[in-house]
Design a protein around this ligand. Structure first.
Ligand code: GLN
Length: 605
């Protein structure tokens, strides 16, 4: 959507002289009442609206927990760990920002309590505080403000220019003990940067109760009261609700919450998230922010939402469906695979198909283990048999791996389009070793090591000698003691033609680019010792790192299988609504019978 910037916006930008240099403008957003309001989407939409009004936007997410990053947090509890170019393992909301606002953020754009305290303690040890007693106020609160100011100016849209607007989301809900230090920092911050450079938005819930569907304002009133008790007053209140929030409701909120009625906006449920910037524009949020933050000189009079509106409406009208199974181990919680879901969604938009996701718990597919009940087992296989395509996503640990191996075997034998990501690709290699090379005990060193721990005490010789199809190949991180994970963006050399000079699937999907940068998060890799035999058996390694030792992309010849592709990296992290990730696009096109035509149209022979 970057190309959407209107002519009038560039005209206004060109007419701006250097001396016009604006102060950074901050739009801070807090939420009240309950979590899970869709605060991230609301904030991303505010950013998109400002971006379409010609402004350079960045964003910072504050997470009031003590972990220094999201890397060690369970996807069960916290949703997926999002990975950034610089290797930052961060909250999934940063993924929303990157996707919605076409940004490339860094690890410092995610502030946590742990990170801030870590910094303060390091400073104290270095003697930076000159013998003073180090306290939450002012030392921690100053550190938070310094951090925001330092990170806000970092270029994030590929332009090398500092942003003009910084969105700051405070995670959690107002009133939590955890977030109070951040709210205090923001209270001070409004004076540090000046009121005309600071706008506070409160996102709240307006529940609808009773048979007449009364919109209740009390939770919002209490949320704002809580906010005002810490010295912050909202400039704008955004009400999340199932239906459009009526004028009378908004007027009531206005009276009780010390905010003009025109600044109380409705973000009601819509058919897809791309409508949210549009409904905010309809309620003149851009005008409110322009006046409050004195942005008239650098903002276009109206946002250019033409392509965005096309996107939002097109998503609603696809008639033909594409059904994709995600075979994972956290399938009860879709947030655990959020970026995979988004990448599938973006690819389906490009393929003009309505996406239906079928979640399959990998362990339900296992038969030998007797772990699952008959019914669940049968139901899981019925789904696999009925879908148009399959994704085996990334993961850690051995639970469900046998189910994934069976899925890959089924897809390989039946010609069902399948994409394996990270662990998914490793499973593709394990399956080939077992069922094509006949190495029945093939596994990953990761599971074998886990197994050894569990079987501690078992007699020597009880276990069959295993073949490691996937081995531990750490990448030492000198910055982190003990850091062995290969993390962040790395280059992959893509083989464009195979030995017979036929174009490779990966080369075609990446449009003949022979080097691609994608994001990684893993410790294990395909065992280099088995490469020759696997290649001989037809599995092609068509993407490698610069040393040639790490296998990055694996595929089967399209004459053997319509779409069988695995990537050691996670292509989902760089997918964008209008720029789908090539491997995901390939899967959806293959699953909807359009891949051959697409490849032909893109110059493949
Ligand atoms: N557990 C595997 C590894 O560490 C795969 C990781 C992943 O899928 N992200 O290599």
């Amino acid at each position: 959507m970057d190309g959407c910037r209107s002519n009038s916006s560039s005209a206004s930008r060109n007419s701006r002289s250097r001396s016009d240099a604006q102060k950074m403008k901050y739009v801070c957003v807090t939420g009240g009442v309950v979590s899970g309001l869709g605060k991230g989407i609301t904030i991303s939409s505010i950013g998109r609206l400002l971006k379409q009004s010609g402004l350079r936007v960045t964003s910072i997410k504050i997470d009031p927990y003590l972990n220094t990053d999201a890397g060690t947090m369970s996807p069960f509890e916290h949703g997926e760990v999002f990975v950034l170019d610089d290797g930052g393992e961060v909250d999934l909301d940063l993924g929303n920002y990157e996707r919605f606002l076409s940004l490339t953020l860094g690890k410092d754009h995610n502030i946590t309590t742990g990170k801030v305290y870590n910094e303060v303690i390091l400073r104290e040890r270095r003697g930076d505080y000159l013998g003073k007693t180090v306290q939450v106020v002012p030392h921690v609160t100053n550190e938070i403000q310094d951090w925001i100011e330092r990170v806000a100016v970092l270029p994030v849209d590929g332009s090398q220019e500092a942003p003009e607007i910084c969105l700051v989301e405070v995670g959690g809900t107002v009133g939590d003990i955890e977030s109070s230090v951040f709210l205090e920092a923001l209270r001070q911050f409004q004076f540090r940067v000046g009121r005309e450079n600071f706008c506070l938005i409160f996102v709240s819930l307006v529940p609808v109760l009773g048979s007449v569907g009364e919109q209740k304002t009390k939770p919002t009133q209490h949320g704002v009261k809580e906010l005002r008790s810490v010295g912050l007053s909202p400039d704008v209140i955004i009400c999340r609700s199932s239906n459009r929030v009526e004028l009378s409701t908004r007027e009531k909120i206005s009276v009780f919450c010390h905010c003009p009625p025109s600044h109380v906006l409705s973000v009601h449920d819509v058919s897809n998230i791309y409508h949210v910037p549009i409904i905010l524009a309809e309620q003149n949020l851009h005008g409110i922010l322009r006046d409050h933050l004195k942005l008239e000189r650098i903002m276009t009079p109206e946002p250019d939402l033409v392509r965005w509106t096309e996107l939002a409406t097109s998503v609603d009208i696809f008639e033909e469906q594409v059904k994709i199974a995600i075979v994972g181990k956290y399938t009860g919680l879709s947030d655990s695979y959020l970026s995979v879901l988004k990448a599938l969604k973006h690819a389906s938009i490009a393929a003009k198909r309505a996406l239906e996701i079928c979640w399959v718990e990998a362990s339900d597919l296992e038969s030998e283990t007797q772990k699952t009940e008959e019914e669940k087992h049968a139901a899981a296989w019925k789904v696999i048999e009925e879908v148009d395509g399959i994704v085996v996503p990334g993961g850690f640990g051995s639970r469900g791996v046998e189910g994934k191996v069976l899925t890959v075997e089924y897809a390989r034998r039946t010609g069902r389009p399948i994409l394996g990501v990270c662990l998914g690709m490793q499973v593709m290699v394990i399956e080939h070793c077992r069922n094509v090379l006949g190495l029945r005990t093939a596994t990953s060193q990761e599971f074998a090591e886990q197994g050894k721990e569990q079987a501690e005490g078992a007699k020597e010789g009880d276990r069959e000698e295993e073949t490691y199809a996937v081995v531990f190949m750490p990448e030492i991180n000198p910055a982190v003691m003990g850091g062995t994970m290969r993390l962040g963006a790395r280059p992959t050399d893509v083989l464009l033609r195979d030995r017979q000079q036929k174009p490779t699937l990966a080369g075609q999907l990446y449009k003949q680019r022979d080097e691609v940068w994608e994001r990684h998060r893993h410790r294990y890799e395909v065992n280099p010792e088995l490469l020759g035999r696997l290649e001989e058996a037809g599995l092609r390694f068509v993407g490698k790192d610069k040393t040639g030792a790490r296998m990055e992309i694996v595929e089967l010849d399209r004459e053997k299988h319509p779409f069988f592709l695995g990537t050691q990296y996670h292509p989902e992290f760089q997918s964008r609504p209008l720029e789908p990730s090539p491997p995901f696009l390939g899967l959806i096109l293959a699953a909807s019978g359009q891949l051959r035509e697409y490849l032909r149209a893109n110059g493949a022979n």
